[in-house]
Design a binder for this molecule. Structure first.
Ligand code: AMP
Length: 121
């Protein structure tokens, strides 16, 4: 699938749509999910134009890959849900149709602030 330049997260990255920003660096932007499913529900997205995790794994540079993983860790600490600042959390990335992905720009969900329940419904 080719990258849709007008997807909602592309618009957030371009500053065309506001977000409740948590963290930003050269590699990632993180913001609160607009429709939180748990007490804490954050999103971490790479700044590069990748549709999903497979696309990212195939095309992203080593620096971008490290930057995204470090970004998740930094955000979890900032939100007080990491192992050292809180009680843990769940991260997940939905990939394409069977994964239930709605927004075609790679994003990791971070759920926490309470027990997040069963892994798969
Ligand atoms: P997914 O189903 O994995 O593609 O998840 C997309 C997520 O993006 C959902 O949890 C939505 O609530 C969230 N979302 C959609 N639009 C926005 C927005 N403008 N700001 C923040 N989160 C959004």
């Amino acid at each position: 699938m080719s990258y849709d330049e007008n997807n909602i997260f592309a618009k957030i990255l371009k500053g065309e749509i506001p977000c409740k920003k948590i963290y930003e660096d050269d590699y990632v932007l993180s913001f609160h999910d607009i429709n939180p499913q748990k007490k804490v529900h954050a999103l971490v997205i790479p700044k590069g134009k990748y549709t999903d995790l497979d696309d990212f794994s195939e095309k992203a540079s080593p620096d971008e890959i490290v930057g995204l993983l470090k970004g998740i860790n930094i955000v979890a600490k900032k939100l007080g849900i990491s192992v050292d600042t809180g009680k843990g959390y769940r991260t997940l990335a939905n990939i394409s149709e069977h994964g239930g992905q709605e927004v075609p720009h790679l994003h990791f969900h971070l759920f926490g602030g309470e027990s997040v329940g069963k892994m798969v419904e």
